[in-house]
Design a protein. Structure first.
Length: 273
């Protein structure tokens, strides 16, 4: 004789929790409704019906139509060279950002740094992250002139702030056991960090750094629009001259390069994480 399984009722959330959810999601819905006009969402149909958009789409995709000569006439050597310059900018910007982020990430972790140091460091990182990349790039362009170096420094500034925050949060989530084990041997604070903290957070740090390198490969394109080197300037020139067929070829180069970087980063992360 089989015994019937007990009839388990689904858990019921308390009224206070459900009321909080209603307030939060209701507030989000109200903000979306209120922002509809100021954000000009009513212009959405113009994306598909305007004459300018039709001209852009026709020119943008023209090099990829069968038998079209613009694909072969495109200056692929220039586009690839400028994209390689963009990747080099992203590589150096990310590398320098990592050098900045490691000490600030450790100083910004509440579990290994006293509050009188940790809190000011966190506020400095908040300030660094709040300044847009383009503003930082303009500052460095004023200091060192047009070119890739200004873009590298702008990426180092912003990415350093982002990575430092992520590094600090990774340190705050570590297991205390290895750190206490190193401390029990009589080792100093530096040895605790080197042997108890770094081995635990290194895989996460590498993953964060690779993700920011992918992101910088795209943002470096935007920095080029204001003269900070890379393929962005070529992209801006093509759009300003209404050469949308060239724009399509440049975007193709960017997509292929960023996709390749993404695949490479995934392969590296899969071996480390």
């Amino acid at each position: 004789m089989t015994q019937d399984a007990p009839n388990l009722a689904p858990p019921v959330r308390p009224l206070s929790a459900r009321a909080f959810d209603i307030v939060i999601w209701g507030g989000v819905a109200i903000l979306l409704i209120v922002s509809f006009g100021p954000a000009e969402i009513f212009k959405f149909p113009q994306l598909f019906g305007s004459e300018g958009m039709q001209q852009f789409v026709a020119g943008f995709f023209s090099p990829f139509t069968p038998g079209h000569e613009n694909f072969l006439k495109a200056d692929w050597a220039l586009y690839i060279r400028k994209m390689w310059e963009t990747i080099q900018m992203a590589l150096w910007g990310t590398f320098l950002a990592i050098l900045v982020a490691i000490p600030f990430g450790l100083l910004g972790a509440s579990n290994i740094t006293p509050a009188w140091i940790q809190q000011p460091v966190r506020r400095v990182l908040d300030l660094v992250r709040s300044i847009p990349d383009l503003v930082v790039a303009l500052i460095f362009i004023t200091a060192v002139g047009l070119g890739p170096f200004a873009g590298v420094m702008a990426m180092m500034f912003n990415t350093g702030g982002v990575l430092a925050k992520l590094f600090a949060e990774a340190v705050e989530s570590i297991d205390k056991g290895p750190v206490e084990g190193v401390r029990a041997t009589g080792a100093g604070k530096l040895a605790e960090i080197v042997w108890g903290v770094i081995p635990q957070v290194a895989p996460l740090w590498v993953g964060y750094a690779l993700y920011r390198f992918e992101s910088n490969s795209r943002s470096a394109t935007v920095l080029g629009l204001i003269g900070a080197g890379g393929i962005g300037q070529v992209l801006l020139d093509s759009t300003n001259s209404f050469a949308y067929d060239q724009t399509g070829c440049i975007v193709l180069v960017i997509v292929v390069a960023v996709s390749g970087i993404d695949l490479l980063s995934q392969a590296i992360r899969s071996r480390l994480l």
